[in-house]
Design a protein around this ligand. Sequence first.
Ligand code: HEC
Length: 138
Amino acid sequence: MKLKITGAISAVIILFIASCQSEESIEFRRYYSSGALVYQTHCQNCHGINGEGLSALIPPLTDSIYLKNNKTALACYIKLGLNRPITIKGRTFDDAMPAAELSPVEIARVLTYIGNSFGNKLNTINEQAVQADLAKCE
Ligand code: HEC
């Protein structure tokens, strides 16, 4: 009897811990999978199916150091567009990226997607983080 109760309590504890961990990964998976769709619709034409970019015109999204160093500015790049010389993987790009008509949550999804694809590992970039970053656009 005592053993059964201890067993039941441990089961509850294990379930509790498991559900805590998976809430984060559920959020991640939700952002990531819907971000893939945003990417296909709004970004892939230029940046390519594997984020490889296009010759000297469109930079690749595979420079994980650039993305990491500019993590909190990425939302503004998407929202307002980008038009200045940037160096990606040692190459300079200077074409313009147009502003995207996306809501903050869509920006969060697509950033979670590119931030965790093509060799990048930025974890979840959620809507709250994007809202905070957008408030600081220059
Ligand atoms: C019309 C083509 C075009 C589209 C569509 C486009 N981009 Fe870009 N993107 C560019 C160009 C060109 C640059 C470089 C801009 C510069 O040098 O100022 C760039 C730069 C970037 C950068 C910073 C540099 C790098 O390679 O990491 C990121 C991140 C980025 N784009 C993500 C996106 C995302 C996400 C989308 C979809 C929401 C998107 N882009 C849609 C053309 C495009």
